[in-house]
Design a protein around this ligand. Structure first.
Ligand SMILES: *C1O[C@H](CO)[C@@H](O)[C@H](O)[C@H]1NC(C)=O
Ligand SMILES: *[C@@H]1O[C@H](CO)[C@@H](O)[C@H](O)[C@H]1NC(C)=O
Ligand SMILES: *[C@@H]1O[C@H](CO)[C@@H](O)[C@H](O)[C@H]1NC(C)=O
Length: 470
């Protein structure tokens, strides 16, 4: 090799190294910028418009009783659509690895058409007092159950919020436990369980932008309409996000916040969680430790399984064309999530593990979406809440002083350790680890309700001890 060539090679190696170094430095600076931004800036509470209209102007502040109906025409149409389902075979030897198994579909269709007792379920869905009232232009549907108190016990209001693809049906088994009057407690709970706007019997908006932050205002106004200036909030899935936004925007009104899905996704938290995964013993209780160090398994699983959130974020209306037209498509999309979110290993079971629920529990929920044709408007929640308008508010970076209790369900889609939850909720009073998945109120209603009640007791004690003078 000539001296010239050698010189040329040396120069190119140096140039390439310098370029790589610059890129590396750029990335590190960028990462530090994002993390410091996350930690130190953007912690201003966004302005909250309490009167923003999402539907037509109205002065109607009445609270009207409401009944769910399954009319004969709807049932006839539904059955004929179910009969016209075009079957395709699943791959040999597969369960739910490619999505909802088509043999499982066939068995659900048969049950839905032949055995689901429509009239009986219509009655069952009306077993609790239900109402509608207009908030900010939208008729909001809610279940409102007051405890049967014959003494002078304090009645405390609790707002409970569902997520996707769930509905108020998720709370039916838990409501009697929540509202039961107990000798040992000096309070009893009044439950308000609304349908999210665009879900089931609550109106959908026709304006873009109704994300979780805006819903939190609607539900605060709903509680005021019902006469409650102060109240407790419980939420899972989207309900968890809406609830903690309420605890952030209205810390004087939310007396306590309970979540069974306390998951935070800011750049700092994701980085902290990856670092923490190397030291699971330092950051997590034994019950959830396996969820800490197992990131190399759970991360790829999550990215795969949460693919649907990407699709709903970008094209809810495209997917909605099929799901609002085909009850079978709707069933498969809804049940898929109930399977996936209950236990990661259910994708290997022929029935998707769905037998942890009764068929009625699940079909009632699907019926609520079907009769109201609300699947598309419900999926738009992803588009709105993953939109940069909402994400850029950085609400999860603003700590809430509201006392907080959480359930970490061992088999839930994601689990984060208490040290992460404390970044958002410094007044984390209680962490309960339970066997169960994403839809706890449906899966283990008694344990779920007991934890919520025990948490309200903690909140009351906390306030009595005057700890809210921050
Ligand atoms: C109401 O509360 C008071 C004080 O806590 C108690 O003495 C009284 O017996 C209660 N009344 C009823 C009807 O339970
Ligand atoms: C798949 O399963 C079916 C039914 O059990 C069987 O008839 C068919 O031969 C199988 N196909 C292959 C390629 O193994
Ligand atoms: C739930 O998942 C865990 C871990 O994936 C597994 O060990 C457990 O057996 C599953 N539970 C049920 C009831 O299938």
């Amino acid at each position: 090799m000539s001296k010239g060539m050698l010189y040329l090679k040396l120069v190119s190696v140096i140039v390439i190294s310098i370029i790589l170094l610059i890129i590396l430095v750029f990335y590190i600076v960028h990462l530090l910028y994002i993390l410091s931004n996350d930690l130190f800036f953007n912690q201003k509470l966004p302005d909250v418009d309490l009167d923003e209209m999402w539907g037509p102007e109205t002065n109607d502040a009445t609270i009207r009783p409401f009944r769910i109906t399954f009319d004969d025409q709807m049932i006839k149409d539904l059955k004929s659509r179910l009969k016209n389902y075009r079957h395709f075979p699943s791959l040999n030897g597969t369960a739910f690895q490619y999505g909802f198994n088509s043999d499982a579909v066939a068995s659900w269709i048969a049950y839905w058409t032949e055995e689901y007792p429509f009239k009986e379920r219509e009655e069952a869905l009306n077993q609790y007092p239900q109402f509608k009232t207009n908030i900010q232009g939208l008729d909001i549907h809610f279940i409102w159950v007051k405890p049967q108190v014959d003494s002078n016990k304090t009645v405390v209001p609790l707002l409970i919020l569902h997520g996707w693809p769930s509905s108020v049906r998720e709370f039916f088994e838990a409501i009697p436990h929540l509202t039961a009057v107990s000798e040992e407690k000096d309070f009893a709970v009044e439950v308000v369980a609304p349908s999210l706007p665009g879900y089931g019997y609550s109106d959908a908006t026709s304006r873009p932008g109704l994300a979780a932050d805006k819903m939190s205002v609607i539900f605060r106004n709903l509680m005021h309409r019902l006469g409650h200036q102060q109240f407790y909030v419980q939420g899972g899935d989207w309900g968890s996000l809406i609830g903690r936004h309420m605890a952030t925007f209205f810390p004087k009104e939310v007396l306590g916040y309970h979540s069974n899905f306390p998951i935070f996704v800011t750049p700092f938290i994701v980085t902290a969680q990856i670092v923490a995964s190397f030291f699971p013993r330092l950051v997590a209780e034994p019950g959830i430790m396996h969820r800490m160090w197992d990131l190399s398994n759970t991360m790829p699983w999550l990215i795969k399984e949460l693919g649907y959130t990407q699709v709903y974020t970008y094209i809810p209306d495209t997917i909605g064309v099929g799901l609002s037209d085909s009850p079978t498509g709707l069933l498969a999309a809804v049940l898929q999530k109930f399977s996936m979110a209950s236990n990661k290993s259910y994708r290997d079971l022929p029935d998707g593990g769905l037998n942890i629920f009764t068929r009625e529990q699940i079909l009632d929920n699907v019926m609520i979406y079907w009769t109201t044709n609300s699947i598309t408007t419900s999926m738009r929640m992803y588009a709105e809440s993953f939109a940069s308008r909402h994400l850029d508010l950085g609400i999860d970076r603003i700590p809430s002083p509201v006392p907080t209790c959480v359930i970490l369900a061992k088999n839930d889609v994601a689990v984060q350790p208490p040290f992460i939850i404390r970044m958002k909720h410094p007044n984390l009073l209680r962490t309960t680890i339970l066997e169960g998945g994403h839809h706890l109120a449906l899966e283990i209603p008694k344990q779920f309700a007991d934890d919520v009640l025990a948490s309200i007791e903690e909140f009351r004690k906390w306030h009595k001890e005057g700890k809210d003078e921050l």
